[in-house]
Design a protein around this ligand. Structure first.
Ligand SMILES: Nc1nc2c(c(=O)[nH]1)N[C@H]1C(S)=C(S)[C@@H](COP(=O)(O)OP(=O)(O)OC[C@H]3O[C@@H](n4cnc5c(=O)[nH]c(N)nc54)[C@H](O)[C@@H]3O)O[C@H]1N2
Ligand SMILES: Nc1nc2c(c(=O)[nH]1)N[C@H]1C(S)=C(S)[C@@H](COP(=O)(O)OP(=O)(O)OC[C@H]3O[C@@H](n4cnc5c(=O)[nH]c(N)nc54)[C@H](O)[C@@H]3O)O[C@H]1N2
Ligand SMILES: [Mo]
Length: 748
């Protein structure tokens, strides 16, 4: 890997940089002519749902309803590059384990089902039917609870429904998904506070809000289509109040690459009206401070929505007492913001009538993430900002259908799934005990209790913490089955019996017995809509996810555990009918409503101020304390996404906004820490985890990049830094790995 170029980027988010970047990847993936036409169908009524982020798709789309990173995702999936069987004959798995994440996926689409051959340490072609027969035989020999059925959040509602049912008929609730590393914190926090597991806002609310607060979410890279409503909000004078240790360009200024006037005039819109660079994990304290400031302001002049609190909320008095008892000194220490700064933020909020609070991994991936999300809800409740037009809570989900998977039954928690319904519908006795989350699956793999692992997409080994120990333990498993579009690290660490099964991507035509199929997904704003394939499949041997799941289910399930697997694989509208029967409230008239323009919304009671909580009210939640972690004088490492990646998929080495090009082997360090630690720019260092569990965790060869960061925290890229995250370092209760405050020291 070249040393790369480090140069501050002065441009806005969007703008010409964005256009050049899209052209670059279309060219690289051999998609120059067809690619542009395809992009016109992205996020359209008669087209496909983007395979990148989960941000809402408007019912009245723009001509170009895609962004720089959506275009990259499309080019990456529809690439003209192919992995032929010859490739595997020529490269052993041992060799391939020396390749980078980028190099592996850049080889192109997987083309044939493969079985690992331990003798030659290579993958060899297998026929689909043989693969199913062998996988079925292995599964029948294993204890159901020793097998894990992981899903990454891209699989459609239809595939996810079948996957969940297959696991339960097999006999286990071991159904972790990527959400366990992501917004599980939200799924634990919000039901207790407001009685729904998801956000409460729609796209129209964004057009009506006069205040937006951003906590730990980076729209410029991770949900760039959101920059349009953000820009419109900024232009109409809405307050945009941001909390982030880093100054992220998309939250600072934006030029709409689809507006000729803005592009030609070089006109930028300033986005955030206030930008607070707090320390990593400082949000719980900062939010507490904002609530406290509101209470203090209210003593002078009413700013609380007393009527809403009296009619709809529970626990206000205890919460107010907690705020009075919490000293500003503690708030300032934990957040690293001044009382003045926090009060200014509170004033901006108090001046608004309709406020939306947006958040992402900067809140969920911390030890005290659940309490932090609940404190954000407290702040909204104080001014009645839930269940009202132009206001609400907005967790920005990651994968395009990760929210939908939970809706349609992918969960390790049996209480979240209508098991009685499934029992009745399919005449079997579903397992009633809890399954494993992602962290628990990792624990099981480390101690040997997990014997089989099936993965519907994703790159589990690269996405989870504790990379070294996980890779060491994986080969002791009996069975590893990976269903995927592109080659990644998780495919290169085999179990005793290992299959790699190539599937169609969402952008491709999905022809089945009854014709071309449509799938559906639920976006981050609770809207369920259809997605149609638009391009010929990359190869004749590729199969759809529902077809593959049907094949495994038929081979693995004991007699008497029957569902119409073949009918479902032949006609996805039949899967939707079945899902409608299982979840009648959410998926009422599923097939009919899917055909509507813009799809249909899932019910979210909190929008109507109906509170499905134990108290039947919206609850003010009081945290145990304000400190995130007892990490002493360790630095808090934030693991970041670049603008040129989708999770473990590394498109390239251009993190334009952060001015890093040609390398990912860097660590961002603030001026004060540079001085304190005596570091020089461009010096190479090693990061070491600070933990007293007797295990050494290090990542070396990182080039020091001076960066605007508050004292006490540094930043580097995910997944390169995952070897540093101890498995036990996760959010309390939600078990989301605390990837935004890993305790480390710098060795130079
Ligand atoms: N192009 C692209 N799009 C994506 C993805 C991708 O990798 N690439 N991934 C998808 C997925 S699965 C997800 S979950 C989302 C992730 O999208 P985001 O939620 O935006 O996740 P990150 O980029 O990991 O981090 C978000 C921000 O949190 C800030 N941050 C870190 N620590 C703290 C903190 O303690 N407090 C505060 N207030 N801020 C903090 C970081 O500086 C960063 O700006 O995006 C989805 N969309
Ligand atoms: N340190 C650190 N770790 C993190 C995070 C972090 O911020 N910091 N973020 C966490 C988060 S938010 C998430 S969501 C996880 C992501 O974890 P995963 O969802 O497991 O990982 P991805 O990188 O999204 O998976 C990419 C792979 O999916 C496969 N794929 C792509 N499209 C399809 C398809 O249509 N079908 C199938 N079957 N396969 C497909 C391709 O083979 C590709 O290589 O990582 C988590 N890990
Ligand atoms: Mo995610």
């Amino acid at each position: 890997m070249a040393d790369g170029r480090i140069e501050p980027y002065e441009g806005p988010a969007g703008g010409w940089g964005s256009i050049r970047s899209v052209e670059g990847i279309l060219h690289q993936e051999g998609r120059l002519v067809g690619g542009n036409a395809l992009l016109l169908k992205q996020n359209k009524e008669d087209g496909f749902s983007c395979v990148s982020c989960a941000w809402a798709k408007p019912a009245e789309p723009r001509l170009f309803e895609y962004c720089e990173n959506g275009a990259k995702a499309t080019a990456w999936e529809t690439t003209s590059r192919r992995i032929r069987s010859r490739f595997f004959a020529e490269h052993s798995l041992t060799t391939l384990r020396g390749w980078t994440d980028h190099a592996l996926e850049a080889e192109g689409r997987l083309m044939r089902p493969m079985r690992y051959d331990p003798g030659s340490d290579t993958y060899k072609v297998v026929e689909w039917e043989d693969a199913f027969r062998e996988i079925g035989a292995e599964l029948r020999r294993l204890e159901p609870d020793s097998v894990v059925f992981y899903v990454s959040g891209r699989a459609s509602l239809e595939a996810s429904y079948m996957w969940g049912l297959m696991a339960r008929m097999y006999g286990t609730n071991n159904l972790p998904d990527s959400s366990n590393m992501c917004h599980e914190t939200t799924s634990v926090a919000l039901p207790e506070s407001i009685g729904v597991p998801v956000g409460t806002v729609t796209l129209e609310d964004f057009n009506k809000a006069d205040c937006l607060m951003f906590f730990g979410q980076n729209p410029g890279s991770n949900s760039p289509r959101m920059l349009h409503p953000l820009q419109e909000a900024a232009k109409r004078g809405a307050a945009i109040i941001t909390f982030n240790p880093l100054r992220e360009r998309g939250l600072e200024r934006f030029t709409n690459p689809q507006s000729p006037t803005e592009m030609l005039a070089g006109r930028e819109t300033r986005i955030s009206s206030q930008y607070h660079q707090l320390r990593a994990g400082g949000d719980l304290a900062a939010l507490t401070g904002m609530c406290k400031a509101l209470l203090e302001m209210d003593a002078e002049k009413p700013v609380l929505d007393r009527a809403f609190i009296a009619e709809h909320c529970h626990g206000f008095d205890a919460f107010a007492e907690f705020l009075r008892d919490t000293a500003w000194a503690e708030i300032e220490r934990e957040s690293s913001l001044t009382r003045d700064a926090i009060t200014t933020a509170a004033r901006g909020y108090a001046a608004s009538q309709r406020c939306i609070a947006v958040y992402g991994m900067g809140l969920t991936q911390h030890r005290r993430g659940v309490e932090t999300v609940q404190m954000l809800v407290n702040l909204l409740l104080l001014r009645g900002n839930i269940g009202r037009e132009g206001a609400g809570i907005c967790p920005v989900r990651g994968h395009s259908n990760v929210q939908g998977q939970r809706t349609i039954g992918i969960s390790e928690k049996p209480e979240l799934v209508p098991l009685d319904k499934l029992a009745e519908q399919y005449r079997f006795e579903p397992p009633r005990h809890k399954g494993v989350s992602t962290v628990e699956a990792c624990e099981g793999i480390l101690k040997g209790s997990v014997r089989g692992f099936l993965s519907l997409g994703g790159n589990f080994l690269r996405a989870v913490p504790e990379t070294a120990a996980m890779e060491e333990a994986w080969p002791r498993m009996r069975l590893s089955v990976q269903i995927a579009t592109k080659l990644n690290r998780s495919h290169l660490v085999p179990g005793e019996v290992t299959f790699l099964l190539p599937c169609l991507g969402r952008i491709e035509f999905d022809e089945q017995q009854t014709g071309r199929q449509v799938v559906s997904i639920e976006d981050s704003n609770g809207q369920i809509h259809a997605s149609r394939g638009m391009t010929p499949p990359a190869g004749r041997q590729l199969r759809s996810e529902p077809w593959i799941i049907a094949g495994i289910a038929k081979a693995a399930l004991p007699p008497g555990h029957e569902a119409p697997w073949d009918q479902w694989a032949a006609d996805y509208s039949r899967i939707r009918e079945a899902a409608q029967q299982t979840f009648p409230e959410v998926f009422r008239d599923y097939n009919a409503r899917l055909g509507r323009k813009g799809g249909f919304p899932r019910p979210r009671a909190a929008r109507q101020r109906v509170w499905n909580t134990p108290t039947k009210r919206a609850n003010f939640m009081v945290p145990r304390s304000l400190d995130q972690a007892q990490d002493g004088d360790a630095l808090r490492l934030i693991t970041l996404r670049s603008n040129d990646q989708f999770n473990t998929t590394i498109y390239g080495y251009e993190d334009r906004f952060r001015g890093v090009s040609g390398t990912r082997e860097v660590v961002f360090v603030g001026a004060e820490e540079m001085r304190r630690l005596g570091l020089r720019p461009d010096q190479y260092v090693t990061l070491e985890t600070v933990a007293d569990d007797g295990r050494q965790r290090r990542v070396g060869g990182l080039r020091v990049v001076p960066y605007n960061l508050p004292p006490g925290c540094i930043a580097a890229y995910y997944p390169e830094c995952n070897p540093l995250i101890p498995l036990w370092h996760h959010a309390e209760r939600s078990q989301v790995p605390a990837a935004k405050s890993v305790p480390v020291r710098i060795l130079s």
